[in-house]
Design a binder for this molecule. Structure first.
Ligand SMILES: N[C@@H](CCC(=O)N[C@@H](CS)C(=O)NCC(=O)O)C(=O)O
Length: 248
């Protein structure tokens, strides 16, 4: 089965897609793209939209982490990414939608806020990537790309503060999905892969660690996506950070 996955290094939904391909046992080649440049490349190779993950598989083009989950279940039903029971499937789809539409973006905004303030941090997130230029050069000359990406993602002080204010509520939702068994079960499903990567990426920010580590959400991320690449040392203004959860 010929498969090629287009990613931006350390992108959380792209990591979701890669993990799901691994889970299915589908071998794939990976094309690493630089942010912003990715948009032109994806259009050139014929994808309808400009975001990763984008997957070419069996002659088809599938774009978006949720679309990829469904395509993979069609192409190779075993092991399944969604439960067969309709009620359980609806719960997994709800959690997956939450992960995609509500959880992904605030984490992305905090990351880009961090890169905007110190682009040297990009280095760790690009570890092992084949970008076509040495990473040192990409970082040295990457100021305009970082500025553009931060702008595209609306990563500014106001949105970073809003993301931080929303974070405890978002983490409560993740913990609740773990508590009711929608995610965090013995066999991971599409929502596990969708949510764990956002938490894994968030855990690469030292500022966010104390908010996340005590929670079941962190246990999930460590299990599904250990060794998430990248590290952002403390960078956010401490006054913006919500209080860590009270000890149980
Ligand atoms: N919700 C979509 C989001 C895709 C998305 O926004 N991906 C980002 C990377 S995390 C992207 O491709 N950004 C384009 C860029 O940074 O130039 C999914 O899960 O597939």
């Amino acid at each position: 089965m010929a498969a090629r996955l287009y990613v931006i290094p350390a992108s959380h939904p792209a990591t979701t897609a890669a993990l799901m391909l691994d889970f299915k046992g589908i071998p794939f080649k990976r094309t690493d793209l630089m942010p912003v440049v990715s948009k032109g490349v994806l259009r050139t190779v014929g994808f309808p939209r400009v975001t990763v993950p984008a997957l070419k598989i069996e002659g088809e083009k599938v774009q978006g982490s949720r679309e990829i989950a469904r395509a993979l279940d069609q192409i190779k039903p075993d092991p399944p990414l969604f439960p067969a029971d309709p009620e359980k499937r609806a719960a997994v789809e709800d959690a997956e939608r939450f992960g995609d539409e509500e959880l992904q973006h605030p984490i992305r905004q905090l990351l880009w806020w961090g890169f905007k303030h110190d682009k040297e941090n990009l280095r760790g997130y690009s570890a092992g990537a084949k970008l076509g230029v040495p990473i040192g050069l990409a970082i040295k000359t990457g100021g305009p790309l970082v500025a553009l990406s931060a702008r595209f993602n609306e990563a500014n002080d106001a949105t970073a503060r809003a993301a931080l204010a929303a974070l405890p509520g978002l983490l409560d939702r993740v913990d609740a999905y773990v508590a009711d068994g929608t995610i965090g079960g013995e066999k991971p499903n599409a929502a596990d892969f969708q949510i764990a990567t956002s938490i894994g990426l968030a855990l690469t920010l030292d500022d966010l660690k104390p908010l996340i580590e005590p929670r079941p959400a962190a246990t999930l991320a460590h299990r599904i996506v250990p060794n998430y690449p990248g590290h952002t040392p403390p960078i956010l203004p401490p006054a913006w950070l919500p209080a860590p959860p009270a000890a149980a």
